[in-house]
Design a binder for this molecule. Structure first.
Ligand code: G3P
Ligand code: CA
Length: 350
């Protein structure tokens, strides 16, 4: 009698993560502990590190004099006093400023104004940080476990930034000279841009990479091409929630592209229960996560802050979460921080 064919079981997501050298489930501190301190500044990254995040997330851009810095927006207007310091260049990109000029800016006071319940006088005057300074913060982790999760932001503005990043990570000992993640270090590279993923893959083939997903221009083809302004929908989060991929194939083609470039995962958006300005398309529906896992890739969803949504996206099958609220996610994951974020910030002099 012929024996039944034997099929190897597909590796579990946890096994995929282990093979890729990626934390599972991953707690990714989005711009640091940015619910509790001004995003992408020293107190936000120190708090995320000391709470026990697996990764410090950052958006990498480059100054006019070639320095790598962490900054999210295309301009400095929302989170600094550029409008009063450099009124002529108020709406210019980071690439229009030297590092010395960026250092003159106050990247903390906006937070105190926007969130008086979380304000601290010492946040005033917080500086824009270089990648070097964030590496210093990670290197100072007494438990030696904090990783870096680095996004090339608007990479078309910064030709060669992928090579600059590689050189920096090697010079700081986070990558070996042959481009492997150095022992005891944890790095993930991320981008929304296919062209940047190709360059990251060329420069750093051995470093874990994630392709961020979105529905719309330059990303997954949408079912409807009606813009927000023409949609008649008042709330942007509601508009985003109404956006979906044109087809299963349109979604899958982006996962396939990520895989073809050697990425270890995708980073899809989520629609949040409360809405708000970080609530986007629901790209973590169970079928999407199943499809991604079946292709051997992990799913890291952005940006989720509330237990109701942690629960929802985890039940849908994600492997890691970008969060502004590191402490809340660690608690939800059953590994609460030893110290509160307030105690950490107090102890650090904030
Ligand atoms: O990098 C993941 C997530 O941060 C993407 O959104 O706009 O916050 O960079 P954004
Ligand atoms: Ca980012």
């Amino acid at each position: 009698m012929a024996s039944a064919p034997v099929f190897a079981a597909a590796p579990s997501p946890e096994a995929l993560a282990k093979k890729a050298g990626v934390a599972w489930p991953a707690v990714i501190a989005h711009r640091g502990a940015s619910y509790d301190a001004p995003e992408s500044t020293r107190p936000a990254y120190i708090a995320a590190r000391d709470l026990g995040a697996d990764y410090l997330e950052m958006d990498l851009q480059r100054t006019r004099d070639g320095q790598l810095v962490a900054f999210h927006d295309d301009t400095l207007l929302r989170t600094t006093d550029v409008a009063t310091r450099f009124p002529d260049r108020r709406d210019k990109p980071i690439s229009a400023f030297t590092l010395a000029e960026l250092r003159e800016l106050d990247a903390g006071s906006w937070f105190n104004t926007a969130y008086p319940d979380r304000a601290r006088p010492a946040f005033q005057g917080a500086k824009v940080l270089t990648l070097d300074e964030i590496i210093d913060i990670a290197d100072a982790d007494p438990e030696n476990r904090t990783g870096l999760y680095i996004e090339t932001k608007v990479p078309s503005l910064y030709p060669g930034i992928e090579a600059d990043l590689k050189a920096k990570l090697i010079s700081r000992g986070w990558l070996t000279p042959s481009g492997e993640v150095a022992a005891g270090h944890h790095v993930v590279l991320q981008t929304f841009e296919k062209a940047s993923l190709e360059l990251l893959a060329k420069e750093m083939p051995k470093v874990p990479k994630v392709l961020l997903l979105w529905v719309g221009e330059g990303s997954i083809e949408p079912e409807s091409k009606v813009a927000f302004a023409d949609s008649g929908i008042k709330d942007k989060a509601a508009y985003y929630a109404s956006q979906r991929p044109a087809s299963k194939e349109a979604f899958a083609s982006w996962v396939d592209f990520a895989k073809a470039q050697g990425a270890v995962g995708t980073g899809p958006s989520a629609a949040l229960t409360k809405g708000g300005d970080q609530s986007y398309m629901d790209l973590v529906q169970p079928w999407m996560n199943k499809l991604t896992h079946a292709k051997g890739l992990l799913v890291h969803v952005y940006t989720v802050d509330d237990p109701v949504d942690f629960d929802k996206v985890k039940k849908a099958g994600v492997d890691g979460i970008f969060t502004n609220r590191t402490a809340e996610l660690l608690k939800f994951d059953g590994r609460p921080s030893k110290r509160s974020v307030q105690a950490i910030l107090d102890d650090e002099g904030y």
